[in-house]
Design a protein. Structure first.
Lengths: 228, 80
């Protein structure tokens, strides 16, 4: 029996620029990526949804603040409410926060500089659909590239919603408590600032991102069978 | 009816733009203890009364113009 290729939707907003990289990486890892235009009101049948990086709507007002009202985001919200797997990367993380699907908000980097470099992040939880292939406390090398990645949590964010932390001394943007990635209370929505899709081949400097995306695909395959 | 929204970073929220402005002002010789940078949004709204305009702009702030986790806002409604 051929291995199931889970169908993963990759949303495309005006100003997304990592949509094709995300689709390429997902395909390389065994998924069938489906690009979904932001103007679509209904999602096709999907086993997971990825909101990619970029600068949707030029980051006007606040990053992600306008994209959250795109027609497709209503469907993403109901998809998430029904337990669907959602992953937001960089701008996708910002959009999920603005949409209220994840707690907190991303602010301009403390340095005010755009930062593009590899960072080291520590896996704080291995029981999420982003980290199931990682070991507890495993340190991953994954690039960031953002101007607004300073995560500000709500005052009552439970510690167990933190999935990834920048290794001490390697916090690139001033994020509170070195937080690099979080999971929703419901457990099915995850967002992170680093770009796993840019780290899926040793040729690119690191293949650690593949662990995260392959974890997502493991979970998406399980959903595929449940949904079928 | 004209309305103006003033959006500010809340107290205690790191404001790197404000810090950069503050340090620039100091370099220019000004004596500044603190600077915070917000945003002004001028609107032209259709409403029957100033109170109705204010209520409408407040909804705009809650939905889009401000993020209540990190920002506060003030609304000024004028006739003109």
């Amino acid at each position: 029996m051929p291995e199931v290729r889970p169908r993963v939707g990759v949303l495309v907003f005006p100003g997304s620029n990592d949509d094709r990289d995300a689709a390429w990486a997902l395909q390389a890892l065994g998924a069938e990526p489906v690009l979904v235009w932001h103007g679509e009101r209904e999602l096709p049948a999907l086993d997971a949804v990825v909101l990619p990086g970029g600068f949707s709507y030029g980051d006007y007002l606040r990053c992600g603040a306008i994209a959250r009202f795109a027609p497709a985001m209503e469907s993403v919200a109901s998809y998430a409410a029904n337990g669907g797997l959602v992953l937001g990367i960089c701008n996708g993380f910002q959009i999920l926060c603005e949409a209220g699907l994840l707690p907190g908000v991303l602010r301009p980097n403390a340095s005010l500089s755009f930062i593009c470099r590899d960072v080291r992040v520590r896996v704080e939880r291995t029981d999420t659909h982003l980290t199931s292939r990682c070991g507890p406390g495993q340190v991953l090398t994954i690039p960031v590239k953002h101007g607004e990645g300073c995560y500000f949590p709500p005052p009552d964010l439970p510690e167990d919603q933190v999935v990834l932390r920048y290794v001490t001394g390697d916090n690139p943007n001033g994020s509170v408590d070195d937080i690099a990635g979080i999971v929703s209370e419901s457990g099915n929505v995850v967002g992170l600032m680093p770009h796993p899709e840019h780290a899926v081949d040793p040729l690119l400097g690191s293949a650690d991102g593949a662990l995260l995306l392959a974890s997502l695909l493991d979970a998406a395959r399980e959903r595929h069978f449940v949904g079928a | 009816m004209k309305a103006t929204v003033l959006v500010r970073p809340k107290q205690g929220i790191l404001d790197p733009q404000g810090q950069a402005v503050e340090s620039s002002l100091r370099q220019l010789g000004f004596s500044v203890a603190d600077a915070r940078v917000g945003r002004v949004i001028d609107l032209e709204v259709e409403a029957d009364s100033p109170a109705a305009a204010r209520a409408e702009v407040e909804r705009m702030c809650e939905r889009l113009l401000a993020n209540s986790l990190i920002e506060s806002y003030e609304i000024d409604v004028g006739d003109a």
